[in-house]
Design a protein around this ligand. Sequence first.
Ligand code: 4HQ
Length: 249
Amino acid sequence: MRIDILTIFPEMFQGPLQTSIIGKAQEKGLLEINLVNIRDYALDKHKSVDDYPYGGGAGMVMKPEPIFRAVEAIRGEDFYPQCRTILLSPQGELFNQEKAQELAASSRLILICGRYEGFDERIRQHLVTDELSIGDYILTGGELPAMVVVDAVSRLIPGVLGDEESAREESFTFGLLEYPQYTRPKEFRGYSVPEVLLSGHHQRIRRWRRKEALRRTWLRRPDLLAKATLTEEDHLLLEEIKQEHGQEE
Ligand code: 4HQ
């Protein structure tokens, strides 16, 4: 997969994307990240990328010309006119695991990171194909959201994760939060690992893990539980859980 990232701060991406799994994915040739400085596509001698809002008001707005020119240069490069072009903004659709899976099926993506108070609306209307938000909070720019999207999408590209990591299907695809995990030592500062995990009874361990995943989801993310497809055993485990918690109140 090739991902082009448009930004006025390409240097922000050096650390996170060169490190660990995403760095390795690039070395292995599974992922190519191309950083494009929007300022290189500015037309005036001052290389402006922002301007005052029509109608007045505080703050600056990202100008259309540099962003249109940068996207068109990328799309034209090897004839990719319909390349998915994603704007990161708090007004976008909430990014989630399902969206990550959908994007991971593309061979090319363009991500647009903005600064200032926002974008000239014509960028949204006539250039962008998708607008994504990573959550309901305001950041200083779209760079961190772009890194979040790149990370979540890249790890779904076949070959990026090792067999260990990819075989284990986690949380959100599964619809429940993860069960508690422990490693050595068996006792740490007087705190011990649940006996069942040391028992070697694979069926009991499986049931305990499923129950604790259900408990955690019920307590912390009931919205996820409402959407999950539950088995008959899950419903029984949930009844046990509710009874156990009822005793505390
Ligand atoms: N911003 N999810 C404002 C975000 C954001 C978010 C990016 C700040 C766009 C103009 N982007 N700029 N949350 O807060 O994606």
